[in-house]
Design a protein. Structure first.
Length: 144
């Protein structure tokens, strides 16, 4: 496992309702051998419950899908970025939506980046490779 700037495994909360996309994400992030601990929830309500449970580790980074059942990613983003105890956690949107209104909404609600999921798995792996180089090796994440 390669190191990162935190000197420990990076805690990632993956909020994704597609089990296939969640598995692809975990595989792609695992390929780079960067120490990370992935926590997966399948909807927005579960994400907020995870974040507010003091027994769970605080994520260093949230990977957020937009289109999910119960509470969608837009609402999760709004809740996280307007909660004093959570708003410093970087949120990266990873979605199939190419709607300009979604891009505008997420940036207006303080997302840290917006990425579209490609259809081809090889393209998905390539995007997550770039994501992980930037977020897990280059930037300084806030310490918990």
């Amino acid at each position: 496992m390669q190191g990162n700037k935190l000197g420990r495994a990076i805690e990632i909360l993956l909020v994704e309702d597609s089990l296939d996309d969640a598995e692809f994400t975990q595989l792609a992030l695992g390929e780079a051998r960067i120490a990370n601990q992935m926590h997966h929830v399948e909807d927005g309500e579960a994400a907020i419950a995870f974040l507010r449970n003091p027994d769970n580790p605080r994520p260093d980074l949230i990977l957020l899908d937009l289109n999910m059942p119960k509470m969608d990613g837009r609402e999760v983003l709004r809740v996280v970025k307007h909660d004093e105890s959570l708003k410093s956690i970087p949120v990266a949107v990873l979605t199939t939506s190419d709607l300009e209104s979604d891009i505008q909404y997420t940036y207006q609600n303080y997302t840290n980046c917006y990425m579209r999921k490609p259809v081809a798995f090889s393209d998905f792996v390539q995007i997550l490779g770039r994501f992980q180089t930037f977020w897990l090796q280059t930037v300084e994440l806030p310490s918990n």
